[in-house]
Design a protein. Structure first.
Length: 198
């Protein structure tokens, strides 16, 4: 997983800390559901070898792999990357780890402390000009709301396309593959709310 913080040292520390949390959370949730690595590989579509490397901290997974694992486990994405929280938690802007897609075109910054709610996640997305990011299907019953803050968004849902401008929003079932496209000539910003069914 690629992360961005203030400096290269911060990058390394942040990535190491994130890798540790992901490894611990993955192992704990897999065992709590009595799943072997083979079981989770079948449920998530992520190879047994890749799951083993993530659990043993030999590699940092991409955002796409984490989404697949979360779906396979039937847990919200933030349960894999977050620390357990008490009754009050604060996420400072400078402490939020920005996640990037493998191609670097999509940046995702959490806007709420990890684990704040098992039912809702909130992110700020930035998508490069004339770029597209395809997303795997989330867990069954999951919905998304995307609000365009600046620029444009062309939302791909199955064979349908929806064009939105700044101030527009869209709500849709996210338990099917979908894609975000920025057709504009400048980077676009969105708020993304993910709603899980429990």
């Amino acid at each position: 997983m690629r992360t961005e913080r203030g400096s290269s040292t911060g990058d390394e520390v942040g990535a190491a800390d994130l890798g540790r949390r992901v490894a611990e959370n993955l192992r704990q949730r897999r065992k709590a559901k009595s799943l072997s690595l083979d079981d989770l590989a079948r449920a998530s579509g992520v190879s047994r070898a890749a799951l083993s490397q993530i659990e043993t901290r030999k590699t940092n997974p991409t955002v796409g792999l984490l989404w697949k694992i979360a779906v396979g486990l039937g847990v919200p994405f933030t349960e894999l990357i977050g620390e357990p929280v008490g009754s009050v938690s604060i996420l400072r802007r400078d402490d939020a780890q920005v996640l990037r897609s493998l191609d670097g075109n999509l940046e995702s910054r959490p806007l709420a402390p990890a684990g704040s709610s098992p039912l809702v996640e909130l992110y700020e997305l930035q998508l490069s000009a004339r770029a597209m990011h395809a997303s795997e299907a989330h867990a069954r019953g999951t919905r998304e709301i995307v609000v365009v803050l600046s620029g444009a968004l062309r939302m791909h849902l199955g064979t349908e396309k929806f064009d939105l401008s700044a101030g527009d929003s869209i709500s849709f079932p996210a338990d099917a593959a979908h894609a975000y496209e920025n057709p504009g000539a400048a980077k676009a910003r969105y708020h993304n709310v993910i709603l899980y069914e429990r």
